[in-house]
Design a protein around this ligand. Structure first.
Ligand code: NDP
Ligand code: GDR
Length: 376
């Protein structure tokens, strides 16, 4: 009998990589997807199995973390060995605009799942993983941040995730549930949502290279983050549920870059050299060299292709995050395998491929879904 996993947030970046990982390990993978007016399963479409086939290994259920009766029904039906709670309103800036919804889904959604496990008598069977976050450290009290560093959340998102962190600990202590928090630092990939800063950068620069956009507008370029690759991080999510005793772990690379440096790394992948000048809202980046006109035919020396737009500043910012993953390395033998350079190269290559495709369509008079500015 193969093990059964239930993944909330399966249509997201991490959910899709985790589903692939667990299917390769022979799991029967169940996922919760939201009903939407358009298909929203692009990240897992390659895993789709015709529901009419017997012995399905990949099964999607409609659901929502705001709906406890729905979650209870799915848990009762699946009786999973492992639950990975990855679903969330996961955008920090958006959480300032939708704080109540963010709290409902990210905080109470976690409680709804835990309570359903308890109510259904699955406490001894089901192991629970909670997608906790480096945003809990917020205004940092210690550098680098480790499992014992005090929390200081700086956004409605982080405050909601703080509740989720502690309710997970509480169900472990109160009911003996095998439940753990992975305190994950930022992790990215070509599947990263387009409004998170890394993907916004790689996508916009690829579009600019192909003449589909003119300028990348960013907020705080001084922000420092510890960026890893999502593939490395989902492996750790699974590892955390395979131990004898449940424990919480910080997952990070231990290296830090600024948003500005991420822009430079991405531009370099396209053969574009940049010089940053000006300060604060007047900061810009000008092109100083273009290595390969085949890759960036629309970019010329002297072009200004990065600017600051204060609309992307946040009401309260997390200026710096740097994780110490030594506990994960010592206890679980986990070390990240994909470097930031490899990750940037992969993200830029995929975004350049899309940009080339769209440039071709545009050249032939087709409308293209490009350069959508949604205020983030
Ligand atoms: P994504 O934003 O890519 O995915 C979020 C997932 O949650 C999507 O599948 C989304 O569905 C789903 N979702 C959102 N709201 C609901 C809801 N009300 N009910 C059910 N499902 C919902 O996030 P990531 O994959 O990047 O992150 C996964 C988890 O890890 C999140 O909880 C995030 O907060 C946390 N995290 C992420 C980090 C990172 O750097 N990526 C770092 C630390 C923590 P839909 O596709 O329909 O929108
Ligand atoms: P973050 O990721 O808030 O760390 O949350 P994001 O990529 O959105 O921001 C990182 C830093 O870049 C700065 N920034 C910008 N950010 C965005 N999105 N858009 C911009 O134009 C821009 N300009 C500068 C931000 O101010 C910030 O300092 C992510 C999410 O995945 C969370 O769900 C997760 O918990 C944390 O990572 C760890």
């Amino acid at each position: 009998m193969s093990k059964k996993a239930l993944i909330t947030g399966i249509t997201g970046q991490d959910g899709s990589y985790l589903a692939e990982f667990l299917l390769e390990k022979g799991y029967e993978v169940h996922g919760i997807k939201r009903r939407a007016s358009l298909f929203n399963t692009q990240r897992v479409d390659h895993l789709y199995e015709d529901p009419h086939t017997p012995e399905q290994q990949f099964i999607l259920h409609y659901g929502d973390l705001a709906d406890s009766s729905n979650l209870t029904r799915i848990l009762a039906e699946v009786e999973p060995d492992e639950v990975y709670n990855l679903a969330a309103q996961s955008h920090v800036a958006v959480s300032f605009e939708a704080p109540e919804y963010t709290a409902d889904v990210d905080a109470l959604g976690t409680l709804r799942l835990l309570e359903a496990i308890r109510f259904l008598g699955l406490t001894d069977k089901t192991r629970f993983y909670q997608a906790s976050t480096s945003e809990l450290f917020g205004k940092v009290q210690e550098t680098p941040q480790r499992e014992t560093t005090p929390f200081y959340p700086r956004s409605p998102y982080a405050v909601a995730k703080l509740y989720a962190y502690w309710i997970t600990v509480n169900y472990r202590e109160a009911y003996g549930l095998y439940a753990c928090n992975g305190i994950l630092f930022n992790h990215e990939s070509p599947r990263r949502g387009e409004t998170f800063v890394t993907r916004k950068i790689t996508r916009a620069l690829a579009n600019i290279a192909q003449g589909l956009e003119h300028c990348l507008y960013l907020g705080n370029m001084d922000a420092l983050r510890d960026w890893g690759h999502a593939k490395d991080y989902v492996r750790m999510q699974w590892l955390m549920l395979q131990q004898e005793q449940p424990e919480d772990f910080v997952i990070a690379t231990g290296a830090q870059y600024s948003v500005r440096q991420f822009v430079q790394l991405s531009a370099a992948e396209l053969g574009i050299s940049l010089e940053f000048h000006g300060e604060g809202v007047a900061e810009q980046a000008t092109v100083t060299a273009v290595a390969d006109p085949e890759v960036a035919p629309a970019v010329n020396v002297g072009d200004v292709i990065v600017c600051v737009d204060p609309r992307y500043f946040r009401p309260a910012e997390v200026e710096t995050l740097l994780g110490d993953p030594s506990h994960a390395r010592e206890r679980l033998g986990w070390v990240p395998e994909i470097s930031i350079q490899q990750m940037v190269a992969e993200m830029v290559a995929e975004d350049l491929q899309s940009a080339r495709r769209y440039a071709l369509l545009k050249a032939h008079g087709h409308a293209i879904p490009i350069a959508r500015e949604d205020g983030r």
